[in-house]
Design a protein around this ligand. Structure first.
Ligand code: ZN
Length: 449
């Protein structure tokens, strides 16, 4: 593979920015400095930022959720991701009651193999826990799976775990240094919150999944993290009370969390118009006041990671159930919005904002999934996943998905330009466009080859 020299950029090293050059050789960061050998293959990054490739550790695609297939395949989602600076995504593998974990892993990886334009890894959700199943789980951990996801709700889908079950699983997984991802909404509160609501009104969804369900479950999960010492990552925190509890618990528990751009930039006022049903997702969009508080906490640096919970459904599938909000498939697209919307959060802060962005979109997610410092940082020896960005120029539309989904950020725009993306030592995106039609992504954890 040809060596690449990135010259004259503002390079985001670990927690600092330096004007310097970066040499890429043999798919790795080979040298960083100002006195580099002359080579032919040079990228001029003058006046641009050079960052470690971004990661989105919470995405859904090529899967069936409830009654509907998701709108994005691995190909369509990862093509959009890499064009927006994302070098690695993490998807979910959920064991259904009728299959082994191995079968679930094989199914997902067969869909992905040869079809991904960025790197792909997976979090596992096993749903059976007898002795044989635990042996299988141990084997998959030995194969390199490092993150498992569990739910405090979704009884109907067979995903619900009691707090005691989660604690038991946490104790067992701790010996392997596994990180548990947890979806926090308290099942009991959700069950109590289904009065006679108007099923034609999207607001009803927010009443059925109140903020108290989230922060109550978060309190329980913090308790489990501090009692067991296991690393827990709370996914898609949507309430100010939730992040405030996590922030307060950082000194006593090994707990991290993410929020998604839609909780920072959208709120339940979106339910008022004709397109309200398109915005249904779980946890739901919250009040404007909550949204403003979340933004403030984000600016204070309280979230460890931003991830999209990209969960795209075709417009026709949302429309078909418009008159019954309980049947509308829940989830919104967001993959292509991650970098531009999070850049909005930080662009006023100059260098400090770019450093924060690299922490929350690269280093921290890589740490949570166990890939750091192989990924998530520009340092000698790291994988050569690099994104070169520039602010300015004409505003561009936000594109959250290439499929026929509703665009939740249709009234936002961005001046962030993705000039180059280097994936595994190879330039795959130039001026925001793919330079080759070939999918070049790698599978992070190969269960099957
Ligand atoms: Zn999700």
């Amino acid at each position: 593979m040809t060596d690449i020299l990135i010259k004259n950029g503002f390079v985001c090293l670990n927690k600092k920015i330096e004007p310097c050059d970066v040499l890429i050789a043999d798919r790795k960061i080979a040298a960083i400095g100002t006195d580099m050998p002359q080579i032919d293959n040079v990228i001029d990054a003058a006046r641009s930022y050079v960052l470690p490739g971004f990661m989105d550790i919470h995405t859904h695609m090529a899967d069936r959720i409830g009654n509907y297939e998701l709108a994005d395949s691995y190909a369509s989602a990862t093509k959009l991701a890499v064009q927006n600076g994302i070098a690695t995504i993490y998807n979910f593998i959920t064991q259904s009651p009728a299959e082994t974990l191995a079968a679930a892993i094989e199914k997902a990886q067969c869909k992905a193999m040869g079809n991904t334009y960025c790197n792909v890894g997976w979090h596992l959700t096993p749903t059976t826990f007898n002795d044989a199943a635990w042996n299988e789980i141990d084997d998959w951990i030995a194969q390199g799976f490092k993150t498992f996801k569990f739910y405090t709700t979704y009884k109907d889908a067979g995903l619900y775990c009691t707090y005691d079950q989660i604690k038991h699983i946490a104790k067992r997984l701790k010996q392997f240094n596994i990180t548990l991802l947890v979806h926090c909404e308290d099942e009991y509160i959700l069950e109590q919150s289904v009065p006679q609501l108007d099923r034609t009104n999207p607001f009803s969804h927010t009443r059925m999944r109140p903020p108290s369900a989230e922060w109550t479950a978060i309190e329980q999960i913090i308790r489990i993290a501090s009692e067991t010492g296991v690393k827990i990552h709370v996914v898609h925190v949507s309430t100010a009370q939730g992040i405030e509890r996590i922030h307060a618990a950082k000194s006593t528990a090994s707990i991290t969390c993410e929020t998604a751009p839609h909780y920072l930039y959208l709120n339940e006022s979106r339910f008022q118009d004709e397109s309200g049903h398109y915005y249904l997702c779980s946890p739901p969009l919250r009040s404007e006041q909550n949204q403003q508080q979340l933004l403030q906490h984000a600016r204070n640096g309280w979230f460890d990671v931003y991830a999209t919970d990209h969960c795209p459904f075709l417009k026709q599938h949302k429309d078909a159930n418009k008159t019954d909000i309980q049947r509308v498939p829940k989830g919104i697209a967001g993959l292509g919005a991650l970098a531009p919307m999070i850049f909005e959060l930080y662009k006023q802060k100059g260098y400090a904002g770019i450093i924060d962005m690299a922490q929350k979109l690269s280093a921290n997610p890589a740490k949570i999934v166990g890939l750091y410092p192989r990924k998530g940082v520009i340092e000698v020896g790291a994988d050569a996943d690099v994104v070169i960005l520039k602010d300015g120029g004409t505003k561009r539309k936000i594109v959250s998905s290439y499929s026929d989904t509703f665009e939740p950020y249709h009234d936002f725009s961005s001046t962030l330009q993705v000039e180059y993306v280097i994936l595994d030592g190879e330039v795959v995106v130039r001026d925001g466009k793919m330079i080759s039609g070939k999918p070049k992504g790698m599978m992070i954890t190969k269960g099957f080859t």
